[in-house]
Design a protein around this ligand. Structure first.
Ligand SMILES: [Fe+2]
Length: 193
């Protein structure tokens, strides 16, 4: 007996909907690979967009890079990967950080272009707790991530940092979290334009 046939009809419908909308493993791999290639290529040609970066002492700055500018910075062989993706530029003054957040089910990658960033990744364990891992990402590092990746990125250095982030597909919502005794607790939802 499968799980869905053991469930009441309404629950079975929900399960089939979830199963139908969950990306297949090779689709996730393809999206991560595509985003990684784009992030690496955009970081390698940062001169094409560096003039657009701003620094804000009062809050972390980020801005979506328009499709035409991103395409102009890329080899045409990567233009197909850009379809459906969103490119976003970030600057980080010392001490600036994101909240602990996900990407609304989008896969992606980010590349550190200048400075260094610390990424705290948090995953829930089967036992109901959390596992966290922190890595230092210096300029030149590219960090791919799968859907449902939950992380917090911080500039713990003394120099400003710049990074370029690629999400695929374009996220429409992100959630913020905090670490609780029972795992990750959602603290907020932001609808993106
Ligand atoms: Fe993120």
């Amino acid at each position: 007996m499968t799980l869905s046939t053991a469930l009441p009809p309404a629950a079975a419908d929900l399960l089939s909907t979830i199963t139908a909308t969950r990306p297949a493993p090779d689709e996730i791999t393809a999206r991560r690979t595509s985003a990684t290639a784009l992030a690496a290529a955009l970081a390698a040609n940062s001169a094409a967009w560096a003039d657009l970066v701003e620094y804000r002492p009062d809050r972390r700055w980020s801005s979506v890079l328009d499709h035409a500018t991103a395409a102009a910075a890329l080899d045409p062989a990567l233009h197909a990967d850009l379809v459906g993706a969103q490119v976003e530029l970030f600057s980080w003054l010392p001490g600036q950080a994101t909240a602990l957040h996900d990407h609304g089910g989008a896969a992606g990658a980010f590349a550190v272009v200048h400075g260094a960033l610390t990424e705290l990744t948090v995953t829930e364990t089967a036992a109901g707790g959390v596992h966290d891992e922190e890595v230092l990402l210096t300029a030149g590092r590219v960090r791919p991530f799968a859907p449902h990746h939950v992380h917090q990125v911080t500039n713990v250095g003394v120099l400003p940092a710049v990074s370029v982030h690629v999400h695929t597909p374009r996220p429409t919502v992100v959630h913020t979290y905090r670490i609780a005794a029972c795992g990750l607790l959602r603290t907020g939802t932001e609808q993106l334009g």
